[in-house]
Design a protein around this ligand. Structure first.
Ligand code: AGP
Length: 606
């Protein structure tokens, strides 16, 4: 997720662009850049780090321009370097673009560009060269023509020195808001940088292209047909705008999941071969075959994603896999050698326990790889490869979208190893097809937001909870329990359903509710029995069930339905209602959802 700001009008563009980027830094702060039109040429400035570094870099420049584009970067393709910083140009500096999203087929496009000189590692630069190649005097036409060749997600703004009084913007999957002033227009990734100038906005929808001059705004679709848009009057304050209208970052990030899940799998699945393509693994097929054990090292939510990964690696690749709590790992004399592959799973890439455990595994000769969200983070730099989960900045302390994207990458790795082993083409293709349906199924669950809220509000006064799940849903129960306890401060524990009768069931009574995950899979009947046992102890039962399961209703005070999917992919769906359940109880209790007490977003101490 990056931040885009652009301006065309009568004021000096540079201060507007810099102030806009500062309001967008929460979307990414690896590096920042801007380009303005000066004496019929585009001049570009870029700097690593925060916007202040960019501001410092240009403070002595005599800039005099009323049109410009700017960007603050959250690195996805390509490291944190000045060269990878937006704006990006084509072969000459006549065209500049800023982009937020992922161009899935940038490698294929690059091959078609012929002798274009590529200077960065980014997918965005490839898009700039494509637009340059298609430019024959009309920037909007060049952008539309290029986007018809693109697969992926984008929010982009382009300017061209040969059409000096024009900006062209387009959106597919990454937000763009247009602010309408008095003979001036503002463009931004959210409304927060626009609010100081105007509250009149137009939200670009997916598949729309905007052609903007200082006194005109025309929206087109990708068929080049004009589209009429409603001008909205915003009554948000700046913080609400950064949350795109959601009351908390956690809720926004829960609703980000379908989009960022698509970013996680973009360019990384191959249906024809029924496999995944995770180039960052940095291992030959022979090296992959030499692996006889996998260890997934992580903390908290990341470790629960690892527990889903264990199922995936063992079931799809037949490789014994252990999940290790990072803070325990290095003190247990771990058995690790050159046939062991160790993944460090971490949203922040800075968790001290995980980093220390990885260093210990490396010392013992294992392959060390990362499954990380923050590009260029310490763990990303210290591992010998791995995969970025592309969840975008996760600002709420309670991890949500990073968890589902970690699970996605782990399943893709398991498919990749499996197809390098005994996993059949047919099974691989079935998994890839089911994976591609996940974003839409996530959306179906998120549409039940109000129903889940209604159920959650009935349980906000309880002081204890059990979350029960079996098999692949036990890690889901662990994650749901952690979500509730860490933000609402309600005591909560997770157990495998079959474990209750070995002790925990003694605590159950009418004041000790149970949230049971009983989706239709091989353990459904067993789970129903566990629910019956809990109900017999007068516990109130909430059930997560598969759409269409009517019989489960007689066992529960509240049932939340999820769409069916392959058993191994269930955590990608079943976790969402638990995230919303914890969220709504916490809001009802008046707790600080995004900044819960005693916690930090990244635990950089052991
Ligand atoms: C999850 O909601 C918590 N914030 C916490 O368990 C977190 O997952 C854990 O600290 C690991 O953080 P990391 O993914 O950045 O390494």
């Amino acid at each position: 997720m990056c931040g885009i700001m652009a301006y065309i009008g009568k004021k000096q563009a540079t201060p507007i662009l810099l102030n806009g980027l500062r309001r967008l830094e929460y979307r990414g702060y690896d590096s920042a850049g801007l380009a303005v039109l000066q004496n019929d040429n585009l001049v570009r400035f870029r700097a690593i780090g925060k916007v202040d570094n960019l501001s410092e870099k240009i403070k002595n420049e005599k800039l005099n321009s009323t049109i410009g584009i700017a960007h603050t970067r959250w690195a996805t393709h390509g490291g944190v370097t000045e060269n990878n910083t937006h704006p990006h140009s084509g072969c000459d500096d006549k065209l500049m673009i800023v982009h937020n999203g992922i161009i899935e087929n940038y490698r294929e496009i690059k091959k078609e560009l012929g002798d274009h000189k590529i200077t960065s590692e980014t997918d965005t630069e490839i898009l700039a060269h494509l637009i340059e190649k298609n430019f024959s005097g009309d920037l909007k036409d060049a952008v539309v023509k290029s986007l018809l060749l693109v697969r992926g997600t984008y929010g982009l703004v382009a300017i061209h020195a040969k059409e000096p009084k024009k900006m062209v913007a387009a959106r597919l999957g990454s937000p763009l808001v247009i602010g309408i002033g008095d003979e001036e227009y503002f463009l931004a990734s959210d409304a927060s940088p626009i609010l100081p100038y105007t509250k009149q906005v137009v939200f670009l929808n997916d598949g729309e292209v905007a052609e903007i001059t200082e006194n005109s705004l025309q929206i087109y679709n990708l068929k080049d047909q004009k589209v009429k848009k409603k001008i909205e009057e915003l009554d948000w304050n700046e913080e609400q705008a950064q949350k795109q209208g959601f009351p908390h970052f956690m809720l926004k990030e829960i609703f980000d999941q379908p989009t960022v899940f698509e970013d996680a799998i973009a360019g990384r699945i191959n249906f024809e071969e029924g496999t995944a393509v995770l180039g960052g693994l940095n291992m030959t097929p022979e090296q992959m075959k030499s692996i006889n054990r996998i260890i997934l090292i992580a903390c908290g939510t990341a470790s629960y994603a690892g527990q889903v990964g264990k199922f995936a690696f063992e079931r799809l690749a037949g490789i014994p896999t252990d999940v290790e709590i990072a803070s325990e790992f290095r003190y247990k004399d771990p058995i690790v050698d050159e046939h062991t592959l160790v993944f460090g799973i971490s949203q922040s890439g800075e968790t001290a326990d995980t980093l220390a455990a990885l260093r210990e595994a490396k010392r013992k000769g294992a392959y060390i790889r990362g499954i990380i969200n923050v590009v260029g983070s310490t763990i990303a730099r210290e591992t010998d490869g791995g995969t970025y989960i592309h969840a975008g900045p996760e600002l709420a302390v309670a991890s949500t979208k990073a968890y589902t994207n970690m699970v996605a990458i782990l399943i893709l790795y398991a498919i990749q190893f499996g197809r390098n082993n005994k996993l059949s083409l047919a099974t691989g293709q079935r998994l890839i097809s089911a994976i591609k349906e996940i974003p839409e199924k996530m959306n179906l669950i998120l549409k039940q937001n109000d129903k889940i809220k209604e159920i959650a509000l009935k349980y906000k006064e309880y002081r204890d909870f059990y979350f029960l799940g079996r098999g692949i849903n036990y890690p889901v129960a662990l994650e749901g329990s952690l979500k509730l306890k860490e933000i609402s401060y309600i005591h909560s524990e997770a157990y495998p359903g079959g474990e209750m009768k070995h002790g925990p069931i003694s605590l159950l009574d009418e004041d000790f509710p149970v949230f049971a995950i009983a989706t239709k899979n091989q353990l459904y009947e067993k789970m129903v029995s566990n629910i019956t046992e809990a109900k017999a102890r007068k516990a109130k039962i909430i059930v997560l069930a598969t759409e269409g399961d009517e019989e489960i209703k007689h066992l529960t005070e509240g049932v939340i339905y999820v769409p069916p999917t392959m058993e191994l992919l269930e955590p990608l769906l079943n976790t969402l209602p638990l995230q919303l359940f914890a969220y709504y109880i916490t809001v009802a209790l008046g707790k600080d959802v995004d900044r819960p007490r005693n916690l930090a977003k990244s635990v950089t101490v052991e």
